[in-house]
Design a protein around this ligand. Structure first.
Ligand SMILES: [Zn+2]
Length: 74
């Protein structure tokens, strides 16, 4: 809860955000779920790798949902 945010980030599309993170080398946190074998969990992944994410158990393409919790202050 940070009500006194002086400069809220501009509204940008998810594609623009992912592009910025890719260029900065940052990772995003995502939730993945495999519809084939049921494996699911969370992991950090490079935005550019999200479309090609595959199940570590069976190798099938998984459904990936990127969480907007990235950008933690070190
Ligand atoms: Zn699987």
């Amino acid at each position: 809860m940070e009500p006194a945010s002086p400069t809220p980030p501009p509204a940008t599309g998810s594609a623009a955000v992912a592009d910025a993170l890719t260029r900065s080398g940052a990772f995003v946190e995502c939730v993945f779920h495999c519809a084939v074998c049921g494996t699911a969990g969370t992991s950090l992944i490079r935005p550019a790798a999200v479309p090609g994410r595959r199940c570590t158990a069976c190798g099938a393409p998984v459904v990936v949902t990127v969480l907007e919790r990235f950008g933690r202050r070190a």
